[in-house]
Ligand binder design. Structure first.
Ligand code: F6P
Length: 319
């Protein structure tokens, strides 16, 4: 393969730029030409494509977001949209495509591969909700953003002796909430994968208060429901002054952590290797600190599992 494309799609994630940089530089090192596709699959259909060189990806490794921009695209779910995309790629003689994104983006990559155009998926989403990899690009940075924010909220929680419900991102996956709960020493964590009876949360808060605890932190994944509604219920049930903070999109931006930069570079390198071998229809991942690749459709058909041993530990140490 001599000419490849790269795009980012779906929600942006810190570390995507590090992945783009590694794709471009490694491909050029191996005498390939690389084309950047702007605005995800929408830009692919619209032909927003330009050649990238070594300098195009200079000074981006430390930047959040994605220099290629991103989009969620309904039209690309149709046959017509996918054919339009393939036409644009063929017009420029591009033979393979690397897609950096989450499961929606992988669906597009799988569809193109099924139509005979080889694609490789690199998992990039703060949610960490992709099967076939222990970590996705952006998860570590978002986790650290949450940790810093909750540490700050805790100062006010202590000063005013309040209970705080903090809503974090994670539509279908509780990884961010669970890891942050452990790292921030929360009293309770609410995740979509595990039903936590409301009485347990209330009992824990009351027990803490009886022990003389001055404040409490509850971390709730957005997939569980509204933080504001949960906070209201908590205040009604305990009579403790309760406030709610929804962290929102601050979780998606910012400088990627070292872990995310290294992960992004390693996954990108592996993706280029697969295209160099003429392979398509694969996703790359990291499992037990080893780079792996899987059939992209098989990975899409599997569910990412949150590590329930962390949940158990959380239960045991937040008594
Ligand atoms: O998939 C990443 C994510 O940040 C989810 O956690 C969140 O539910 C969603 O994207 C928000 O998407 P948008 O930025 O399109 O509102």
């Amino acid at each position: 393969m001599k000419r490849i494309g790269v795009l980012t799609s779906g929600g942006d994630a810190p570390g995507m730029n590090a992945a783009i940089r590694a794709v471009v530089r490694k491909a050029i090192y191996h005498d390939m030409e690389v084309y950047g596709i702007y605005n995800g699959y929408q830009g692919l259909m619209d032909g927003k494509i330009e050649q990238l060189n070594v300098g195009s990806v200079g000074d981006i490794i430390q930047r959040g977001g994605t220099i290629l921009y991103s989009a969620r695209c309904e039209e690309f779910k149709t046959d017509e949209g996918q054919n339009k995309g393939i036409e644009q790629l063929k017009k420029l003689g591009i033979e393979g495509l690397i897609v950096i994104g989450g499961d929606g983006s992988f669906q597009g990559a799988a569809k193109l591969t099924a139509k005979g155009f080889p694609c490789i998926g690199i998992p990039g989403t703060i949610d960490n909700d992709i099967a076939g990899t222990d970590y996705t690009i952006g998860f570590d940075t978002a986790l650290n953003t949450i940790i810093e924010a909750v540490d700050k909220i805790r100062d006010t929680a202590t000063s005013h002796e309040r209970t705080y419900v903090i809503e974090v991102m994670g539509r279908d996956a509780g990884d961010l909430a669970l890891w942050a709960g452990l790292a921030n020493g929360a009293e309770s964590v609410l995740i979509p994968e595990k039903d936590e009876p409301f009485e347990n949360v209330v009992d824990r808060l009351k027990r803490g208060s009886e022990r003389g605890k001055k404040h409490s932190i509850i971390i709730l994944a957005e997939g569980v429901g509204s933080g504001f509604e949960y906070g209201k219920k908590i205040e009604e049930a305990t009579n403790f002054e309760t406030r709610v903070t929804v962290l929102g999109h601050i979780q998606r931006g910012g400088r990627p952590t070292g872990a995310d930069r290294v992960l992004a570079s390693r996954l990108a390198g592996k993706a280029v290797d697969l295209l160099l071998d003429g392979k398509g229809g694969r996703m790359v991942g990291i499992q037990n600190n080893q780079l792996v690749d899987h059939d992209i459709i098989e990975a899409l058909n599997q569910k990412h599992n949150v590590d329930m041993s962390l949940y158990q530990l959380m239960t045991e140490i937040s008594i």
